[in-house]
Ligand binder design. Sequence first.
Ligand SMILES: [Zn+2]
Length: 376
Amino acid sequence: MVFRKISDYPSLPDVQDDDLVLIGSGDNTYTVKGSVFKAFVAAISSQAVTAAKDAQTAAAEAALAAASVDPAMFLSLIAGKGDNLEFDADEGKLYLTSGGERISDGITVITQGAFARDPLYNGLQNRKVRTSADVTTLLTLEEVRGKSAEELDAIVQKAFDFDNLAEQYERGVKITETFRADGLHRILYKCPACMAEGDMEGKGTELTCHACGKTWFLNEDSRLEATDGVTEFPHIPDWYDWERQEVKREIDRGEYRLDTPVQIGLMVDYKGLYMVGDGWLTHSKDGFRLTGCKGKLNYEQKPCVSHTLNADFYWYCIGDVIGIGNRDCLYYCFPKDVGGRIPPVAKARLATEELYKAAMAERRRPSRTDKPQKGE
Ligand SMILES: [Zn+2]
């Protein structure tokens, strides 16, 4: 979505603090809360619009209207990295500046403690944990120009590689809340003792498998201890990795399948989510298929479309969600409770990632019918 002309939002009458707003363009579209969006517009409107008006050309106005905002610039400004914005009428681009110098660096904003405070899976119950954020320059513009796409990929990958739970343990952060295991089954949905799926329940300080009765205590370091017998995975991410391998094995055997009734919400603009009723979502080696709206909706998404899946828990207090779609429309699918069970959206995410890897590997494999090209 192209960022709207700033003068379209003089007082932002339509945007409420809790609204979702899309910022960016194409594949770099980010969803932010209305309150953040307002802060952003307030920060740039006094400076960028003035800069554009100073240019006194229709071309500058048009370019500004069409300019899509770089999310890195947006994050930088919110984090106080730059102190001003400058509009270049010739290039039709906005630049973040600091002390009068243009900065176009790659900037990261990495938080600490945010996951421990609000681990997403527990229905928005916050824990008393200090949070902070580091804003650092990952790459300067000169460094970006001097590196290949692969080198840049590796640097970005390393910067965003973290283990919140290992960090909590290393820093000695204690989570003493007695509800700390609530909702943990959203992530740890499969029992390593009896292999049952969908019978786990995280409640209070314990995770229980209702199929075999095994129980694990979640201690204040966020590590698990079986109350009786062997502890398979003290570290939660190890349990999750095991589930990934289990999903991969299901895919390899041709047995993986998600088949669930869903409620459907569509996002087609920045104004909100349009709930359009019931439908059916399937996921298999062929990808996603969503049908609904009394036969009017039939959307398919192949495994190679995305390397991961937007799978979130208790999303905006509506429910666990699987988000698919393209730049024209996003489909938010809320799996329904059938017989007291809601399919784990975390599993759909793992499956999406493993199916993508398989599809890419298949694509790279030379076909037997491929003829050598001239010059090869
Ligand atoms: Zn079990």
